[in-house]
Design a protein around this ligand. Sequence first.
Ligand code: PHE
Length: 461
Amino acid sequence: MVKNRGSFSRIGFILAAAGSAVGLGNLWKFPYITWHNNGGAFVLIYLISVVVIGWPIMIAEILIGRNAQNSPVPAFEKLGGKKWSFVGWLGVITGLVILGYYSVIAGWTITSFTSCLKWSISGYIIQPEDSFKHFMGNGSLQLLLSFIFIAITAVIIWKGVNKGIERTTRILMPVLFLIIIYLVIMVLFLPARVETFRFLFRPNFADLPSTGILEAVGHAFFTLSLGMGAMITYGSYMDRHESIQRNAAMVVFLDTFIALCACIIMYTIIFSAPSIKESVSGSTIGMLFITLPNLLYTQIPFGAAVAPAFYLLVGFAALSSTISLLEVIVSLLIDKLNFNRHKATLIGAMAAYVVSIFSALSLGAVSGFSDFSIFGPGKEGVLSTLDHLAANWMLPVGGFFITIFVGWFLDKKISEAELGLFKTNGISKIIYTIFRFLIKYLAPLAILAVIIAVILGKDFS
Ligand code: PHE
């Protein structure tokens, strides 16, 4: 696949890229970090980041990949010389870190699916409050689940992405979309929707914790799969005739829309039942896995029918993201170390699993791992630490260098040609000027400002 480029069909890129972007970031992470950061102001900063940082960097990554026809490390070498290859390497390491905890959470979709199947058949029993804690603390189960998830990812990568993933995402993503819309419509009948909208869309900056700005910017990178080369890799498989800027805008829109829907669904149910609100605050990390099943079985018409399907699809959404993560690592091993695809897949997956062992055991099973802390209260444990490190530091730093590369170093003619500046169907002059301004000045300055503020001890983290 790496030697034989341009292999996505015309619609294939958008499916794969949206598949990479839409995942646990939208359904699991965004609802819980937005909750922690008290809604409104956080959401606003996140939305601004998505537009002024996310969209231009998405374009930049895709154009690097499509022009170089290579995976990130050789792509940077080809377009910028050896001195730029570090950006590609940083991305690969980031991918390994993310895969090393993402697979643990992704593994939870397996048990949610099987539990829902059981409940749908033999009736739902309200779960005792600490059941999720027990589940997280069950080390061997956590190890097994993340193993299964990485193994499934590896099987698909082993076969090559196109036949497996392009075909499956074509059916699954639209179904996921429909179920989410159905759930949104259902919760909109509940009176608590008013409180939800107030919480999400009425910014009050006094409520924003000092860590919030960094988290909002970091999450924009995470949820759009930016800053580590996933979009460079996928861009290299993109059809020449596809519009980069339009595809990028579409992915950004879909991703943001689904994230907001996930919040609307979960918060409305939380606000509807004060008792849930209390238990949720204790374990917001489990919102998707505790609050939602409860909602599905007790408040939503046909919830029992929807629930197992929903968790199956969440699992698939996570899978299309882990595939893009592993693909970055594997394509590097193929291009740089001349491994064949099978050997590269085995080594890449094993490396990811080693990292995931530490994450899997850090949810209560091994106290040394669970108490491990670099970023202070609320972020204890290997899993949270890796999440914070990758999303809030490694991705923004990687993204920063990508803006500098495309904005300042890459020959302008390459961007113009890839975006079709002077072509009839290409980018309009005005959009191109906006893109240049964002990628050259605003995006790098915004990222830099946040990073410097953190380093100078603004206590953003
Ligand atoms: N964007 C994915 C999500 O929201 C996670 C991801 C990050 C995937 C970085 C690839 C690269 O779940």
